[in-house]
Ligand binder design. Sequence first.
Ligand code: 5AD
Ligand code: SF4
Length: 440
Amino acid sequence: MRAHLITYGCQMNEYDSHLVASELVSLGWELVDSVEEADFVLVNTCAVRGKPVEKVRALLGQLRKEKERRGLLVGMMGCLAQLDEGQQMARKFGVDILLGPGALTSLPEALKKHERFFDLTFRQDLLDYIPPPPKGALSAHVTIIRGCNHHCTYCIVPTTRGPEVSRHPDLILKEIEMLKAAGVVEVTLLGQNVNSYGKDQPGFPSFAELLRMVGQMGIPRVRFLTSHPVNFTDDIIEAIAETPAITRYIHLPVQSGSDRVLRRMAREYRRAQYLERIGRIREILPDAVLSTDIIVGFPGETEEDFQETLSLYDEVGYDQAYMFIYSPRPGTPAYKHFQDLPREVKVERLQRLIEKQKEWSYRRNLEWVGKTVEVLVRGVAKEEGYVQGHDRGNHPVLVPAHQAPTPGLYQVEIKQATPHLLFGEVVGAREPAPIPLPVA
Ligand code: 5AD
Ligand code: SF4
């Protein structure tokens, strides 16, 4: 029996897809790369914005046709599956198996049943499940905490993923040991709010303590995603500063630079507090690379509010930003209580913000020219004659293909920068892995 997985959304979903893929393999399924070859197609969905939801709707429509033609098994998992919106879609398109983000370990049972199987529970054994290391990977994710206890008014995640639940540190360390033994050189600790790690379970280490533990395991690079500004405390910044393996790439979503908007978003901090945290990061980690998430066109956002976002961008001078147009999500407080702004206003603000981002990214990227950085080369780049990787600051870096013939860690001197890329020359290698170069 052959299964094909299609994944939308964030790194949490990528991790969950890997987890489900390993469940399938342990049940004797073969994983294939296309719908045509598969007997079972499982779609891992995202509900954070309208666009990914519409993509899933279109895909399920296609899969229904395929199912009518040749009797395909269709599954749906992830955030959309947890919502009424997703379940209605699943019924309409004849989805056979539906698993919410907490129910992934029900898959073996679901596959045994020969009738429609929907599970929306949050299972304890999901937290204990250790997926085997991905084959041949140099970089891997490890979920340390699931769910979110915040209530940002625009966000559907607390509804879909439930409250915060930390995984036992012994399981996390065991999973990372296995990744290390399999040759992984970069581990990303994942959670909706990694810095809340341990708070929900008495006796668990704090996030700062966990960082120190993982940082001492001999993995060359340890990263983490995502942090909430409200509890990005000094002990976390100090743990990063004192642990060489932890990369100095800090993703700290601000969402808006206006206090009025932050309040309506229920973000639990104000501009000054956010900037205070940034100041502390810059003080303790002067070489930190900073990125953020910003939502433009939140309901009620005025031109003055938006100007505050632009001015905050200038004050921080982010290296990178992920920018989103506000998307009203049924089930969120903002959807219920606030009026969406006209699309033209949102699009025009996004364009201005993108211009700001390009200016700053270019400026920041130029600062790396002449410096030597460690690049994890992962595969062939789109640009002919180059391979691509990323440095410890998460910048994409291109090097001539002949200089890095195998994936692995290389010392690279940066020669040139664009707003999006760094170009460099290899000046040294560190244990390149003896496996053929995959396509990035
Ligand atoms: N509309 C637009 N962007 C959103 N995000 C979350 N919910 C929404 C929404 N309704 C963004 C936030 C978050 C990122 C993962 O997605 O910026 O940090
Ligand atoms: Fe959504 Fe806010 Fe939780 Fe992040 S912190 S997942 S934006 S509710």
